[in-house]
Design a protein around this ligand. Structure first.
Ligand SMILES: C[S@@+](CC[C@H](N)C(=O)[O-])C[C@H]1O[C@@H](n2cnc3c(N)ncnc32)[C@H](O)[C@@H]1O
Length: 638
């Protein structure tokens, strides 16, 4: 058919071959007759050198064959003819990213973002690209990245972890830090005013948590000048900045240091609020110090409130309306049994007050078909043969917290998920996020792991990360999980490492000596001590490690990291004992590739990288390789 159609169209002036020819190429392509496909399409392209359809199919073929440079040449030609072909522009951006033509790739992503083309997919790809860029690459492409960040995070579309890294490199933070360190009357300094109206700065404050001690100190100083102005009943300038800062402070759960004078001014200003005549900017300024429900006696007045500023409306949505949705979702929450164990009750209380982790947007991962495929991916090693089909498997997430793990479980495909936790506020947070993201294959249950036998259900896979080390007796929890895991099923466990958390233990001793408790005030004082580490005799190395931890930059993280009342830390010898006791098979650690490569260099004969004695040896020589937590896969062999 290809030959006849070719002849038929030979004299035609059309740019495109007939539809049946295109369909025939599609069939050839899908039947994987690649050799014939390529010979024929090249022949036909001589007759139709500007055929969009042919270039489209051929470039897809070339991409599948990993012949990216050739694909690029066809795609470039194609989008020159048809600039609104976003699908091909995306392919072009991806191919350039793979070939490390970063500037070209960024240019195409920016174009797609500006045209609102499949934002989630594009952001996903930008995230992959940003991970590949080193400091120099980011500086080199500063303007493009800045424009991407401004467009991408406008309207709070995202919270991609690598956006903070990119922002931190391209933002002129040193200038801001110097200016705030050396000047007074900051709000009247024209250079500072430039910062307070900078789109990248304003959008970023609204979108992701800042993790830089010097920027934090600058923001604290600027915030305090605004508060002084408000206490003098002066009009608050730079409203946009105030709205953005109030978002930032909500995201970090008000972890910034507050002085005694500021507390007094806050109390005075809160007392002066007229609920019938809300000053939106002033409330937003106060909301840089406290959540709105602690500023207004009755937040009900905000339920139907029509804001004058759209930015204030965003703030109410974030702080009030999302909570209302969560409260409504609580009605759908299944509650299994009584929580009686006194440690479980204490831990529940902790996570009711500070649900963990705090997250806003998660990129939906690629879906797999078999459970084993996902585990092999995690372990970066082909250890298991495909056996358990995702569609028919059941996953339990024991101690799901705020549901980030539930969303990440989309990688398994569409399996049935049961997500369990002690804390209602964590569970409803997760339920709301799943609803927003259209994830409806998860059932949320409030239960103690100790009660899970009463579910009368068995699971193919269980994930339990960062949980059993907070139980009174972790082995009791594990015992229950073992009983509800099917024979041949898999368990992913995450538990604290004693060696990697040595610096945390030192900080735990510090807060004990200082008699700090886990109140917000004391946690803020602790963070301030860390900032002033020299006067407080805190080791500089510990400070660097704290700054590198994501947890340090918001209050629930600090509580989880340092102020937890119940934690058990393991060494690898104990893991060996535990695995033996429960008759599990150790499959391997989930760890960065460079560490796996290092292991292979040291122990080249261990093909599966799963000899725990070797790992023990490695950890003793490099105590921080597990970054605070051992994450590993086990198989239930009966
Ligand atoms: C550090 S968070 C980890 C959350 C989640 N696994 C993650 O990695 O994002 C620990 C969670 O375990 C839950 N948890 C602790 N002990 C539990 C128990 N006995 N039964 C159920 N959940 C528990 C807590 O309520 C908390 O939400």
């Amino acid at each position: 058919m290809l030959a006849t159609s070719l002849k038929k169209n030979n004299n035609s002036i059309s740019n495109e071959p007939e539809q049946n020819v295109i369909e025939a190429f599609h069939s050839l392509y899908y039947s994987k007759e690649f050799k014939i496909f390529e010979i024929k399409i090249k022949e036909l392209l001589k007759f139709y050198p500007v055929s969009i359809n042919l270039m489209n199919i051929y470039s897809l073929f070339l991409i599948e064959q990993k012949r990216y440079s050739e694909a690029i040449s066809y795609l470039e030609k194609l989008i020159k003819i048809q600039p609104s072909n976003y699908r091909s522009t995306l392919d072009l951006a991806i191919c350039n990213s793979i070939l490390e033509n970063f500037d070209k790739s960024l240019k195409y992503y920016h174009y797609l973002i500006k045209n609102n083309y499949k934002t989630d997919v594009v952001l996903d790809q930008i995230d992959i690209l940003l991970k590949k860029l080193n400091h120099k690459d980011i500086i080199k492409n500063k303007f493009l990245i800045k424009n991407i960040l401004i467009s991408a995070i406008d309207g709070k579309k995202t919270n991609i972890p690598d956006f903070w890294r990119a922002f931190n490199i391209i933002f002129s933070k040193n200038e801001l830090i110097d200016l705030t360190r050396n000047s007074k009357n900051l709000l009247f300094n024209s250079k500072i005013i430039n910062f307070l109206s900078d789109d990248l700065f304003l959008n970023s404050l609204k979108s992701f948590i800042f993790k830089d001690s010097e920027i934090e100190k600058s923001l604290i100083k600027i915030r305090s000048e605004f508060l002084s102005l408000a206490s003098l009943n002066k009009d608050i300038p730079h409203k946009k900045f105030i709205f953005s800062l109030s978002h930032q402070c909500f995201l970090n759960e008000y972890c910034y240091f507050i002085s005694k004078e500021e507390y007094e001014t806050l109390d005075k200003l809160i007392g002066e609020i007229d609920p019938k005549n809300l000053n939106e900017v002033n409330i937003s300024l106060l909301a840089c110090y406290k959540p709105i429900n602690k500023i207004l006696d009755k937040t009900e007045i905000l339920n139907e409130y029509k804001a004058k500023n759209s930015e204030f409306s965003d703030l109410i949505n974030l702080q009030i309306k999302e909570k209302i949705v969560e409260k409504k979702l609580e009605a759908n929450l299944i509650k299994l049994g009584e929580i009686q164990n006194f440690v479980s009750l204490k831990v529940k209380n902790h996570y009711e007050e500070n649900p963990y982790p705090r997250w806003s947007v998660s990129l939906l991962p690629q879906k797999g078909t078999f459970i084993e495929e996902i585990i092999n991916n995690d372990l970066q090693n082909k250890i298991l043969e495909n056996n358990l089909h995702s569609e028919t498997s059941k996953l339990l997430i024991a101690g799901c917290g705020t549901g980030k793990q539930v969303v990440d479980s989309a990688r398994y495909g569409n399996l049935k998920i049961t997500a369990v936790d002690l804390s209602v506020s964590s569970l409803t947070y997760g339920m709301r996020k799943c609803k927003e993201l259209g994830i409806n294959n998860a059932q949320f249950i409030q239960s103690d792991i100790l009660n899970l036998k009463d579910l009368n259900k068995k699971f193919d896979v269980i994930e339990c990360s960062g949980v059993i080390h907070h139980m009174k007796c972790p082995n009791d929890g594990l015992n229950v999980l073992k009983k509800i895991l099917k024979p041949g099923g898999y368990l992913k466990l995450g538990v604290y490492s004693e060696l990697a958390r040595k610096f945390i233990v030192e900080m735990k001793e510090y807060i004990k000596a200082k008699k700090y408790s886990d109140t917000a005030e004391d946690m803020r004082l602790f963070r301030n001590d860390v900032f002033n580490f020299q006067v407080n005799n805190i080791d500089k190395d510990i400070v660097s490690k704290l700054f590198l931890s994501n947890c340090f930059w918001n209050l629930s993280g600090v509580r989880d990291l340092i102020f937890h009342k119940q934690e058990y830390r393991y060494c690898i010898e104990e893991l060996i004992e535990m695995i033996k006791l429960f008759k599990f098979e150790f499959l391997g650690f989930v760890i960065q590739k460079d560490i796996l490569d290092y292991y292979t260099e040291k122990f080249p004969n261990d093909k599966y990288k799963s000899n725990l004695k070797n790992w023990d040896h490695l950890e003793k020589n490099h105590p921080e390789i597990f970054g605070g937590m051992y994450q590993f896969w086990l198989k239930n062999n009966g």
